[in-house]
Design a protein around this ligand. Structure first.
Ligand code: NCD
Length: 318
């Protein structure tokens, strides 16, 4: 099964072979990026609009660089300053942009499901750059690629996802991707930050870091999503770091060659000790950022190809 979808809205609908195709394409772009040989004609003549209704530095920059490297015309809509502030609805904004005939729409929105809704209203490819607590597919793909490069495979690994799982779209997309690729997933969080109904994910659940990290290959830390908390989830940041922050003593329970990941932005001294984050022998955090560009190049390349094929099949010319 090859990736023939019109949009990339989440990991949930993807088949493992589609995930592998996306990762193989991204791996190819990662090599070209390192050699400074990214092909500028892949998205030439196409218009990419980035609509970020929620603050973002790295994801937005990463999508912008990815589009430009492949030759797209990239436009960033400053949604904070846009007509949305004047009361325009999401759908009206989308229809207005749609009338300008973009080819790729990259959307981040604070509400779960908002990006799916938008995709139904426009006739271009939509990429979900994170919607509420729901999905963040390119993050899970870049994490998958980083793991595959570091470990030489993306199956039968033992992977711990730790911290604020309840509020995290990164955790949700990763649980689906890593599960589809047949890895063993362990979730480690205080009970207040563990989502309900977690048993149906087919994962192991821990509330103790030392137990949960025992012999894992990969330690994936999550940011404490303070902006999604209305207080009362943790006693204090200090106490949280003491029990759930990744430091050398806790990491010693993982395999000797375990890698440390974090999607960023990091709260140093809250969920992760700065020395661990900067330890180039363990931390692959910078590699995650690098793979982010490659994964977004791959996703936009494949979606643009699918759109071209669909036009040819229906006999409609651009
Ligand atoms: C993640 C996000 O926005 O969901 N960050 C990112 O994509 N750079 C994770 C987070 O905000 O903690």
């Amino acid at each position: 099964m090859t990736f023939r979808a019109r949009h990339l809205l989440g990991i949930e609908p993807l088949h493992p072979t589609e995930i592998t195709e996306l990762l193989d394409t991204a791996q190819h772009y990662a090599e070209l990026n390192r050699q400074g040989r990214a092909p500028r004609d892949v998205l030439a003549g196409l218009t990419q609009i980035n609509m970020f209704f929620e603050n973002s530095t790295r994801t937005q920059a990463s999508f912008e660089i990815a589009g430009k490297r492949l030759g797209a015309d990239v436009m960033n809509m400053a949604m904070q300053a846009s007509s949305v502030k004047k009361g325009e609805t999401l759908i009206d904004t989308a229809l207005t942009l749609n009338a300008m005939r973009p080819d790729l729409l990259v959307v981040r929105h604070p509400n779960s499901g908002a990006v799916d809704l938008l995709a139904q209203k426009v006739n271009c490819a939509v990429l979900n750059a994170g919607d509420g607590r729901h999905e963040h597919p390119t993050q899970a793909l870049l994490d998958g690629l980083t793991i595959r490069r570091a470990k030489g495979r993306l199956h039968r690994l033992s992977i711990a996802i730790c911290g604020d799982i309840a509020h995290s779209r990164v955790a949700r997309s990763n649980i689906m991707l890593l599960g589809k690729m047949e890895n063993r997933i362990r979730l480690i969080a205080p009970p207040t930050l563990m989502p309900s109904g977690v048993a149906e994910f087919g994962v192991e659940v821990f509330d103790d870091m030392e137990e949960g990290l025992r012999d894992v290959d990969v330690v994936m830390m999550l940011r404490l999503q303070k902006e999604r908390m209305d207080g009362g989830f943790i006693p204090s940041e200090r106490e949280y770091f003491h029990r759930y922050g990744l430091d050398a003593a806790k990491l010693a329970h993982a395999k000797e060659d375990a890698i440390v990941m974090h999607p960023g932005p990091m709260n140093r001294g809250v969920e992760i000790d700065g020395t661990i984050a900067d330890d180039i022998n363990r931390s692959v955090i910078q590699e995650q950022v690098e793979m982010g560009v490659a994964v977004r190049m791959a996703a936009m390349d494949l979606l643009a190809r699918n759109a071209r094929d669909a036009r040819q099949e229906t006999g409609v010319t651009a």
